[in-house]
Ligand binder design. Structure first.
Ligand code: GRG
Length: 296
């Protein structure tokens, strides 16, 4: 199966799980609808990274499905809030109007909040997940996610992104630091979670952490390149926004070709690092290759 087909199959699995497990009872219909609207669509790459890592430790997909769905809901939360008028102000996401355009700004805030909270509940309140992995691993996985999202992670990264906007002289290392926080930690997180659930030896967890961070950086660099070279319809979101909004990006300071080269170097390093382990990580490698070759 090609990577794109694997992603599509996994996306279907995740979306079905979300629709069946997101409680409707006692929930205002507009809230349920907008949460589902925000959670649907997209590549579901982070879920696939979790499946691939857990799979390397012989964990069945269905056992990590609650966590995979939770991670994707949390990721969707970040996109919904990112699109709000007070942050990136984008009208278009995943090939449809962004959530606040479809349901209004207040629902953009509230459905975003719900996606975070319900995303955590997806696995923390799933009895089968708790039976399979126990409290200790569940808490460890939550720590990984919350660290990736917190003030030193995604929230802090997004704040830096706003502060650097329109500012002259932002250095390349500052931009890469912002990329790590805003994007890379939450690409690394599902890989770390898979290794924790799989009882990976500490040495392997360290290597996977380095690998995940590099792939996460590659992901954001590719995103910047696509913003310049790809059409909105193919991306499912508005292209050309980074330059228009005066965003600090690697493409802005180094140009598209240099940015591509930096990304390829990071990808090669990530590849070599993972190949140093004797376990079969072929699916994880294929997904990381998709990260740097993707067109959307
Ligand atoms: C979520 C903790 C938290 C805080 C909110 C708004 C915000 C602070 C952070 C924004 C972070 C953000 C949106 C970073 C960009 C990462 C990025 C390029 C996402 C696109 O991911 P894809 O391409 O999206 O995987 P799909 O639609 O395929 O799921």
């Amino acid at each position: 199966m090609f990577v794109e087909e694997i992603l599509e199959k996994n996306a279907q699995l995740i979306e079905n799980f979300m629709v069946h497990h997101l409680t409707k009872e006692g929930v205002p219909p507009i809230l349920w609808e907008s949460v589902i609207y925000g959670a649907m669509g997209g590549k579901k790459l982070r879920a696939s990274l979790l499946f691939a890592t857990a799979g390397a430790y012989r964990i069945e997909e269905e056992h990590v499905l609650p966590l995979a769905a939770g991670i994707e809901m949390i990721h969707s939360f970040s996109l919904v809030h990112d699109d709000l008028p007070c942050i990136d102000n984008d009208d278009f996401r995943r090939g449809k109007p962004s959530l606040h355009r479809a349901f209004g700004e207040a629902m953009g805030v509230l459905a975003g909040d719900a996606l975070l909270v319900e995303g955590l509940r997806m696995f923390v309140e799933n009895e089968e997940f708790l039976r399979n992995f126990g409290w200790r691993k569940t808490v460890a996985v939550m720590q990984v996610l919350l660290r990736a999202l917190g003030n030193q992670g995604m929230v802090g990264g997004q704040v830096l992104d706003l502060l650097y906007q329109g500012k002259e002289g932002v250095q390349e290392e500052d931009i890469l630091d912002m990329y790590r926080r805003k994007t890379a930690f939450f690409i690394q997180a599902p890989i770390l979670c898979g290794s924790i659930l799989g009882d990976a030896p500490k040495k392997e967890q360290k290597v996977l952490a380095q690998f995940g961070l590099l792939v996460g950086e590659c992901f954001q660099i590719k995103d910047d390149i696509l913003d310049v070279i790809q059409e909105s319809t193919r991306l499912g979101k508005t292209s050309g926004k980074d330059l228009a909004q005066g965003k600090a990006t690697l493409v802005r300071v180094r140009g598209t070709q240099e940015a591509e080269k930096i990304m390829q170097d990071k990808f090669q390093t990530a590849y070599r690092i993972l190949e140093s382990l004797s376990r079969d990580f072929s699916l994880l490698l294929a997904l990381s290759h998709f990260v740097v070759t993707r067109e959307y």
